[in-house]
Ligand binder design. Structure first.
Ligand code: B12
Ligand code: SF4
Ligand code: SF4
Length: 322
């Protein structure tokens, strides 16, 4: 339920005002929500996070356990917090690589951590120039790396619903989205706007996950997830698994989602970035130096050379088995 709102600062239809600015910077989805009005719902989300950490579902991503207190209390991240602006940017929904060697789609393009931050900074400079925005507006931009529950804020700001695969989904844009969150020191009088959950009886994502990483809907056990195992886990794996061709990340629980199938059909194809090489002969003999040169400045740099070789070897072994 999103009723037009006139803020204390005289901004009619605030959502539309923000939306127009963010749209210019390639963020077609945006929303704003007040922190204090979100508290009861926010606590429900945060307690799910706490339980997830208690169950050690984060695996070796120790920063997630270290950031528990800051996620439980966002004022520790931004002490003047009054409202939260959330934006989303779609990335290409088309597969990357070959049928044998696959890269997650989000890697196909500039490193989103950097590109989103720059574009959010530019958007906020434009927001600051608006006469309906208080001149003492202060903000903090968070894209992926801060102790912030991004999907929670996206859901509370009405950008979509959280699917059974734990991803934020929009009925038209699907879930191939990057999220960005901006904490601000101004209240805009916006209560949470919850999107309808359109998962219904569907369980495709849960049924298709090749490693059984969803013990139940809306809960992901990282230690079993190919995305975690190929991107985040350092060193040898405790047991072998079939990565279904993925050498970096995994998109399977998104590929099967009807909301993404729809968007993939209607989006023009996008060539793979040069650094996402799928020539197996080259990759097999690539040196550390060559690998580092190839991935520097890209989101793939998250994977160290030895771990990329580990991923490649596992991919080859499982394709030989098949
Ligand atoms: C750690 C992490 C991972 C981990 C764990 C993923 C996970 N599902 O928890 C791993 C490495 C496995 C991973 C994988 C991927 N990730 Co990731 N990841 C993150 C990160 C840094 C933190 C997520 C986190 O805190 N997880 C812990 C769980 C408990 O929290 P949560 O998933 O946010 O869920 C909360 C809410 O959704 C809510 N909730 C969920 N269900 C329900 C149901 C009800 C009823 C209620 C009330 C609440 C609720 O409760 C939770 C706690 O608050 C975020 C960035 C960020 N700072 O948020 C990116 C992020 C979630 N990842 C992202 C992406 C793109 C991916 C991949 C697609 C990459 C890839 N292709 O390989 C996969 C997707 C796998 C999947 N099915 O989730 C995007 C997701 C965008 C979207 N549309 O949702 C994010 C937001 C980064 C970004 N800025 O765009 N990721
Ligand atoms: S990303 Fe892949 S392994 Fe992880 S939950 Fe989704 S389908 Fe399963
Ligand atoms: S595949 Fe089905 S259950 Fe899973 S997120 Fe998409 S709509 Fe929801």
């Amino acid at each position: 339920m999103d009723v037009p709102h006139i803020s204390a600062h005289g901004a009619p239809n605030l959502k539309e005002q923000f939306h127009q600015i963010f749209q210019k910077y390639q963020f077609p989805l945006s929303g704003v929500v007040d922190y204090d009005l979100s508290l009861p719902l926010y606590r429900e989300h945060a307690s799910r996070y706490e339980e997830w950490i208690q169950n050690q579902s984060q695996g070796e991503m120790n920063y997630l356990a270290r950031g528990l207190e800051r996620r439980m209390n966002p004022m520790l991240v931004f002490p003047e917090l009054k409202s939260v602006i959330v934006v989303a940017r779609p990335y290409s929904p088309h597969p990357v690589g070959t049928s044998q060697i696959r890269y997650a789609r989000y890697l196909n393009g500039p490193d989103y951590h950097e590109s989103m931050k720059v574009d959010l900074e530019c958007s906020m400079l434009e927001v600051l120039r608006q006469e309906w925005v208080p001149k003492n507006l202060k903000y903090k931009i968070c894209v992926d790396t801060s102790a912030v529950l991004e999907r929670t804020w996206a859901a509370l700001a009405g950008l979509g619903w959280i699917g059974k695969n734990t991803l934020l989904i929009h009925p038209q844009f699907g879930s191939y989205l990057f999220l960005g969150v901006i904490f601000t020191n101004q209240s805009f009088g916006k209560p949470p706007t919850l999107h309808l959950d359109y998962c219904g009886n569907c369980t495709r994502c849960l049924d298709t996950c090749p490693t059984g990483a969803f013990p139940e809907s809306h809960y992901l056990e990282s230690k079993k997830c190919i995305s975690y195992l190929t991107l985040e886990k350092r060193g040898p794996w405790s047991e072998p698994f079939d990565s279904k061709g993925f050498v970096a990340g995994c998109d399977i629980c998104q590929e099967v989602c009807p909301y993404n199938l729809k968007i993939t059909k209607s989006t023009p194809k996008h060539a793979a970035a040069d650094y996402l090489i799928s020539d197996l002969r080259y990759l097999n003999q690539e040196s550390k130096e060559q690998y580092e040169k190839r991935v520097t400045g890209t989101a793939l740099a998250r994977i160290k050379y030895d771990d990329f070789k580990r991923n490649l070897k596992a991919m080859l072994e499982s394709s030989l088995d098949e």
